[in-house]
Design a protein around this ligand. Structure first.
Ligand code: ZN
Length: 272
């Protein structure tokens, strides 16, 4: 299980700007190949230092970029270097960098299953899988905000300080980390989690872990060297005790339903 938490990040201190550019191009290809974006969707950035951010430009497939397509901005979002136009969602990246000094890279995409949860208005907040609980805690859902405006980020503000992966209502997902590969792996965990949760829905509904088991997983973070800002809070993640019995899904056959209805009708004298 430890392999899940100590993924190789390929990150080493003191890379050149050229190497960081190559990292963004490489991660862009992975994001595209995984089907997490269509056409020109998504954006990726790396904080180069306390004044500059390297980011993807607008109007380009993230799978087909070259190192020269990238833009350098200052921390107010003004372009410093690059021939192309910066991403329209740069403000979201800058807000995350402002609120989280520990974060050096931000990745935004529309992975289809996780985005399906975001579109359905459902956070990925059930305590289902040990590696997700240890690595991310849970994945909250931010309210929808119009892309390209400050509203996009508004709904995310309460979650940014504590969570490293956020679903964006009717939009997609944003993940961030100490380097671009860590941000990428978080997105991979979110999409994998969403796929597993969806399969569990099809098989009668996911079963959340009980509170005492979830507490043990949170407590094991130091053992796995996981640095995460979120702690266990009511409903984040939602444990077995939080799921009301009335929301529990039961599997009933057609014959059982017919028998129940007939019994009710007989009791009322409608059927004899
Ligand atoms: Zn988007």
């Amino acid at each position: 299980m430890a392999a899940h938490f100590s993924v190789q990040s390929n990150f080493r201190m003191g890379k050149t700007e050229r190497e960081y550019r190559q990292d963004i191009v490489d991660v862009g290809k992975l994001v595209y190949q995984k089907g997490w974006v269509a056409a020109n969707d998504g954006n990726i950035s790396i904080r180069l230092d306390d004044r500059k951010v390297l980011c993807t430009c607008t109007g380009i497939s993230k799978g087909m970029m070259t190192v020269d397509d990238l833009i350098v901005c200052d921390l107010d979002g003004n372009k410093i270097d690059g021939a192309r136009e910066r991403t329209t969602e740069i403000a979201m990246h800058l807000t995350i960098y402002q609120m989280r000094p520990d974060i050096t890279s931000v990745l935004h995409a529309h992975p289809p299953v996780a985005t399906g949860y975001a579109v359905a208005g459902r956070p990925l907040n059930l305590a289902l899988l040990p590696e997700v609980i240890i690595g991310l805690g849970s994945v909250p859902l931010a309210d929808y905000g119009l892309p390209g405006t400050p509203a996009l980020t508004e709904g995310m503000l309460p979650y940014i300080p504590k969570y490293d992966a956020i679903l964006m209502g009717n939009h997609g997902c944003v993940c961030y980390g100490e380097d671009v590969y860590k941000a990428f792996f978080k997105m991979e965990v979110v999409e994998h989690f969403a796929r597993i949760a969806l399969v569990a829905e099809l098989l009668g509904g996911p079963k959340a872990l009980p509170r005492d088991e979830v507490e043990k997983l949170f407590n094991s973070r130091t053992r796995y060297g996981v640095k995460s800002r979120n702690t266990m809070e009511p409903g984040c993640p939602a444990v077995a005790e939080d799921v009301p019995a009335s929301a529990e899904k039961l599997q009933v056959t057609r014959d059982e339903i017919v028998a129940l209805v007939e019994e009710a009708l007989r009791a009322r004298g409608v059927l004899t």
